[in-house]
Design a protein around this ligand. Sequence first.
Ligand code: UDX
Length: 423
Amino acid sequence: MKVAVLGAGYVGLVQAGGLTYLGHRVRLGESNLVRVDELAARKIPIYEPGLGELIERAFDNGLLSVHSSNFEAVADADVIFLTLPTPPNGDGSADLRILESVVEELAPVLSDEQVLVTKSTVPVGTADALVQRLRARGSGAGVVSNPEFLAEGSAVADFMRAERIVIGAFEPAHADLVGDLYSGLPAQLVKTDPASAELVKYAANAYLATRLTFANAIANISEEVGADALQVLEAVGMDRRIGPHFMRPGPGYGGSCFPKDTRALLSITHQLDYPFPLLEAVMATDELQRTRIVDRAIEMLDGAAGKRVCIWGVAFKARTDDVRDSPAIVIARGLRDAGATVVMTDPEATTDEFLQTDDPLDAARDADLVIVATEWPEFRRVDLTDVAATMRGRIVYDVRNLLDPDAVRHAGLEYVALGRPTV
Ligand code: UDX
């Protein structure tokens, strides 16, 4: 099929690459000329495992082209994916201005047979509103909602091994058209109406955020009562009604989706005048997780003023360079505000807010405390005896349960892990 993908961000690039892998011809539209040039030179603007190879292969096969003009990109496309930014407004609602202006721009040139597909996370009712907007401009083009569920760091694999593909369409023929695009994938197709499809995305992310926040609360309680949260949560997850996934305790959620989507869903419920105290409590509890970690770290330091803290991890999780709402940075800010000097390190992500070095050992030099705030496996391979020799303090505070407790203790260090007994 002939496809256009508008917006060469993280979602658009994976979508474009993935569809070419399935044999479709994709024209990628991007308004940022620097990015267009970079892509034309085969430079991928983000770190995402496997994405570079996918895009490279698509160019080699002649299935992918990049266009600075959306008109050019959509010219003969059967399906047009909108993978455009929907940043949060001040009240948490999604800002749809970019999406709307692109639809306005395209309305005069679209044929009635072409179908626009929203891939970005958008408020429930957006597909309906876009149809109205198109009709007001005299366009009979179709609109479908097909939310993405990719997780950063595994987005390419998530595309290839999607569990479900949700397609919300007003007309069965449009659902079939979009469904056919994915026919090479083993995923289950869920064909529904656009409002339901739009809500699935918010519901899934809000549920995962809730589940994770619950696991974090159990981890905190475990610390207080001397239980081992990893064992508690593993046993809880053995109940098939619960399942084992998404229960790894840590510093709370970050990234581009959960913070934004939970806020956006809450803003939707405010507009509906529907009280959702559960979601409000999740968001507040999640924030407290970072505060708790900062407070515990300050306790371990016996006051942060004048102390040096090394934080392993900058990105919001491993295998990404994304620092949006990164818990590691929030923890770093808390410690800096309490008077500590913070040095950070990460294999891919960078921040100009704090001192940063590439080498985890360098980062630990003279540190009074080392905090492990990432799950990058690289950090498991750091020689802990060298860490012990270079740091000033004795405590390693592992808020991701990444390290082997015995190995840390064996190196002569004290190991404090989130949700686990300290001894
Ligand atoms: C998430 C959803 O998984 C994805 O479906 C959606 O499209 C976008 O949002 P992502 O933000 O890339 O993807 O990260 P994810 O791996 O889901 O993790 C979210 C946050 O929860 C991270 O901060 C992560 O560290 C944290 N997390 C996740 C845990 O602390 N423990 C877990 O067990 C799982």
